[in-house]
Design a protein around this ligand. Structure first.
Ligand code: ADP
Length: 257
């Protein structure tokens, strides 16, 4: 029923400003940022006016993933998102010098993230928020302040990641943010030489966990060398013509369904 509410909220009031969809993960390295940017690009291709907020204070990667080092300008102290590959973007990484670590404590991190959320998002319908991994105070206060209409949780099929993913789902539950679904990433690997598929992280775990927790399962993405290479090169494959583009479009549709 939470999902229905989101659908209603998304269609009902375009004038009421952009709807935020948070993308979280229980831990780092599961592909949360990769999934975030590709969902954003897929939604843009579907005709939505899309923004992305890179709130990952531990490793902001959206400028790299979108292939831009452009800095946002500010007007009346409000940040103006940079526009790249059909998506408007603000990243916490744009607020510090390149290569500098973000050694921010809670309040400072939350202040920086508030600047991103309060940027000039006029004309934007949907904003994907790439959350920091984990379920700490920074995530909690960001969720409370930005009030996303829904959340997506990314997990690998690995047990540990799933235990952490449960914590992320729990966090959204506690903050009354409907979980739109789980995306299982790095699920299965097809050998480019022999064609045989193997499951380095196990398989089916996320789908089973989703069923058990009563949240939708949106789909799975295989471990893919080309996905990694294109991501590193700043070309989200969702903007291309390959199988990954179709996969992300299907996930984006499932997310809004
Ligand atoms: P997170 O945001 O969860 O820390 P990232 O999106 O930064 O994770 O991904 C971590 C690394 O894994 C990156 O090098 C990324 O290119 C790679 N990666 C993510 N998803 C996949 C996938 N399905 N197949 C291959 N590599 C992937």
């Amino acid at each position: 029923e939470g999902v229905t509410e989101v659908r209603v909220a998304m269609t009902a009031s375009k004038a009421a400003g952009p709807k935020l969809i948070a993308v979280g993960a229980g831990k780092g390295g599961v592909g949360k940022s990769t999934v975030s940017v590709n969902l954003a690009v897929a939604l843009a291709r579907m005709g939505h006016k899309v923004g992305i907020i890179d709130a990952d204070i531990y490793g902001p990667s959206q400028p790299t993933l979108l292939g831009t080092s452009e800095r946002p300008e500010a007007k009346d102290k409000q940040l103006i998102p940079v526009e790249v590959q059909g998506v408007k973007m603000l990243s916490v990484g744009q607020l510090v010098s390149p290569g500098h670590a973000l050694a921010w404590r809670g309040p400072m991190a939350s202040g920086a993230l508030a600047q991103l959320v309060e940027g000039d998002w006029s004309g934007t319908e949907i904003i994907i928020v790439d959350l920091p991994p984990g379920t700490g105070d920074v995530q909690l206060s960001l969720i409370q302040k930005s009030r996303p209409v829904g959340a997506v949780v990314v997990s690998t099929p690995q047990d540990l990641s799933l235990i952490d993913a449960r914590r992320a789902i729990d966090l959204f539950g506690k903050t009354s943010v409907p979980v739109l679904g789980i995306i299982e990433n790095m699920a299965g690997y097809q050998c480019p030489h022999c064609g045989e598929t193997s499951d380095p992280f196990g398989s089916g775990g996320a789908e089973a966990a989703a069923a058990e927790m009563g949240v939708p399962f949106l789909g799975r993405l295989p471990l893919s060398a080309s996905l990694r290479a294109e991501s590193d090169a700043g070309r989200p494959p969702a903007g291309g013509e390959g199988p990954a583009a179709a996969a992300f479009r299907t996930l984006a549709e499932a997310m809004l369904a």
